[in-house]
Design a protein around this ligand. Sequence first.
Ligand code: EPU
Length: 337
Amino acid sequence: MSIDPQPQVDLSDANTLGVPSTADWYAELTNASDLPALVRWARERHLPIRALGGGSNLVLNEQVSGLTLKISIMGKTRVESDSGRLRWRLGAGESWHTTVVDLIAQGGSGIENLALIPGTVGAAPVQNIGAYGVELADCLHRVEAYDTVEQRWRRFGQQDCCFGYRDSVFKQLENRFIITAVELDLDREFQPQLTYGPLQTLASQPGLTALQVMEQVIEIRQSRLPEPIVLPNAGSFFKNPVITTEQYQMLLAEHSDLVVFEQAEGWKLAAGWLIDQCGLRGQNNADGVGCYERQALVLVNPKRASATSILAWQAHVQQAVKERFNVILEPEPRFWA
Ligand code: EPU
C-alpha cells in the first residue's frame, strides 16, 4: 500500500465549525487507485471509513473512530459528450467554488447560482447542494465512486443518485460510497434562473451573462453568510421543513405572516424564519454557540466549542421551534463519532 494511515490526527482545522476533534486514523488520498488497498486495510481491522471533503457540513465528535480519508483527488478535464452540452470531469477533491468560477470562465453556464458554496466537488452530490432555485442534480451527469461494502468501483447516472432536497443515495447509505470523480453537463446557451427574490432584479438587465449572475450570488452570500475562517459555521444548520397542506393550513391560521414556498412535494417552510420568530437570532449559550445575527439558520461557533455544546444548542433550537410551531427541524450536517 503506497499510503500508510496515521494514528491520532488533529481534525480541528479540517471542519469549518472549528470543533476540536481527533481522528483515530487518517490518510490523505490524492490518487483514486490507492483507494481499494486503503478500504481493505480498514475492513481487515473492522474500522469504519469516512470520506472527508471540505468539512463544511459536519459536526465532529471529540474523537472520530475508524479511518478518516481526506479526499484530495484533483483534475478538471473536458470530455466528449453526445448531449450537446459541455461535459467536465472533475476530481472529487477540487474546491466547488473554484470549479464554478473556472467552468463559467470557460463559457459554460447552469451552475452560476451555486457559487461560493463551501466544500468540495466530491461532497456536492452527497447532499445535492442547492441555492437560489438551482440544485446540483440539474447539471450532474455521472458520479464515480468506490463501494466500500462490495469493494468495487461503481458509476451512478443522474437517476441512480436518487436526488431529493439535500438528499441522495450517498447520504441515505451513509459512508458506503466514496466519491472520486464527478461529471457535470453545462449549458452552452445561458438560461438564467432568476426566480429567487434578490436575483429577480437582474431579469430586466439586457445582455445578462452567467458571470454577472455569479457575481450577484457571491455578493448576496457574502452579505448574509459568515465566512468560516472569520466565524466558524457549517452553513444552514437545519433543512427547511416540508409540511403537508393540512399542517400548512393549521399553521397559517395562527401565523398569518408564515414564510412558505410551494413545492411539488408539499409546503417548504423557511427554517430561518421559524427560528427567528422564536427570538433566537443573535442568541447564544455560555460557550458562544448560537444563531448568527444576520441569518438565524446558521449556527455559529466563535469560541470553537466542542460537539457537546453544538448538539446542546441544536436541541435548544429544535425544542423552541417545536413548542411554538409544532414543527420538527432536521439538522443538515452529519455527525461523526
Ligand atoms: N429569514 C428570516 N430570518 C432569518 C433567516 C431567514 O426571517 O434569520 C427568512 C428570510 O427573510 C427569507 C426566508 O427566511 O424570507 C428564507 O431565507 P433565505 O433566503 O436566507 O434562505 P434559506 O431558506 O434560509 C436556503 C438554503 C441555503 C441557500 C439559500 C439560498 C436550506 C437549508 N438552505 O436558505 O443553503 O443558500 O436558501 O437559496 O435549504 C446551505 O444549505 O448550507 C445553505 C446555505
